[in-house]
Design a protein around this ligand. Structure first.
Ligand code: G6P
Length: 369
């Protein structure tokens, strides 16, 4: 397996480092930014259904559910279609109101997660159209879908999902852009801008991976913390959830992700000089608001680790540790801002001596409920 790991110590690290390539693969044959073209062959026949959908319901579990949350923000913004994001396990058992006119998007790396599979089956029986966003070609979820788009991230071996997540974000963004352009809810200029942004993502992810040593130093500094809090707003709120999940999975440190403003309704009670608080605070329309959330944590002596946009003039003066990532449009920024959080979880897990590729009690794919 040393050869399979391609010189990396773990599959997880290898897969984190593969992301410039896997994202490129997700875009290949679909994005033609130079000519302003976007092609999604797998959903072509359902373009009208999507365009006219009353509602989109995203069903997923785990990390895929986090990708769904980012997609909620993207699709509502781009397409002006109401989107709900559901834990498949809850959706399937509560006799949900769903039927013709609804489009379900099932997001799953493995395409075999039992709850997701059953949730989509029951929605299909009630007359909804089902799209699959899966990584594994020919998987059960892919086969049960009316249509879909594969993420093309290649086999993911590490139990904690990394490259599949960023591929999901990219593909869900492509779907949102496609529907928006068909529906006319996006200007030509914004459409072209986002195509260009997507085109640049692999390179920016590669630049972000150069921060590996810096993140490792942060990991070393905080590895003995008992708890972590992860905060973000807007597109970066689900990234905070995903960062916390990665840390729990790999390092067995208790971590909570929260919308940064909502922390005042609970988690702020936990803040003291022992608590590292990771802020996902890249420059976007929520920036000013998150700066004041950082002040609130510092006023209570929390330790702030901030993921910021390169050249940020304000947050580095406030935070204890800063990781600067390349600038990107807020719609695609999660693909970049999640990278240091993947690395942080990885390094803390390794420093603590855990088997990061096979964390205890977790399965790569939960095929029974
Ligand atoms: C398990 C894995 C996670 C994954 C989740 C959903 O919990 O450990 O990494 O996010 O299942 O899996 P899926 O294959 O449906 O994306």
């Amino acid at each position: 397996t040393a050869i399979e790991k391609g010189g990396y110590d773990h599959f997880m690290l290898k897969e984190i480092f593969e992301q410039p390539q896997t994202i490129f693969d997700s875009l290949r044959g679909r994005l033609d930014a130079k000519n302003g073209q976007l092609t999604l062959g797998g959903i072509r026949e359902y373009a009208d259904v999507l365009k006219n959908a009353n509602r989109i319901i995203i069903v997923a579990c785990g990390t895929s559910w986090h990708a769904g949350l980012v997609a909620e923000y993207m699709i509502e913004e781009l397409c002006r279609i109401p989107v709900e994001v559901e834990y498949a396990s809850e959706f399937r058992y509560r006799n949900p109101v769903v039927g013709p006119g609804d489009v379900i998007i099932a997001v799953s790396q493995s395409g075999e997660t039992a709850d997701t599979l059953v949730a989509m089956e029951s929605a299909k029986q009630k007359g909804a159209i089902i799209l699959g966003v899966c990584n594994v070609v020919g998987s059960s979820i892919a086969r049960l879908s009316h249509a879909g788009a594969y993420t093309h991230a290649g086999p993911e071996i590490g139990v904690a999902s990394t490259k599949a997540f960023t591929a999901q974000l990219v593909v869900l963004c492509l779907i949102g852009l496609k529907v928006a352009s068909e529906k006319g809810t996006i200007t030509q200029q914004r459409f072209q801008h986002l195509l260009d942004e997507l085109q640049d993502i692999p390179e920016k992810v590669a630049a972000t991976l150069q921060l590996n040593d810096a993140v490792k130093q942060v990991a070393d500094k905080y590895k003995d913390a008992r708890d972590f809090l992860y905060l973000g707003r807007g597109y970066n709120f689900p990234v905070a959830l995903e960062g916390a999940l990665k840390l729990k999975e790999i390092s067995y440190i208790h971590a909570e992700g929260y919308p940064a403003a909502e922390m005042k309704h609970g988690p702020i009670a936990l803040v003291d000089e022992q608590l590292p608080v990771v802020f996902v605070a890249t420059r976007d329309s929520f920036y000013e608001k998150i700066v004041s959330n950082i002040q609130e944590i510092k006023a209570r002596k929390g330790k702030v680790i901030a993921i910021v946009t390169e050249g940020d003039q304000i947050i580095p003066g406030m935070a204890d540790d800063v990781i600067e990532v390349p600038e990107a449009d807020e719609l695609v920024a999660p693909v970049i801002s999640v990278i240091p959080l993947q690395l942080l979880a990885y390094h803390i897990g390794v420093l603590k001596g855990y088997d990061v590729d096979k964390p205890r009690n977790l399965a790569k794919s939960v095929t029974v409920e």
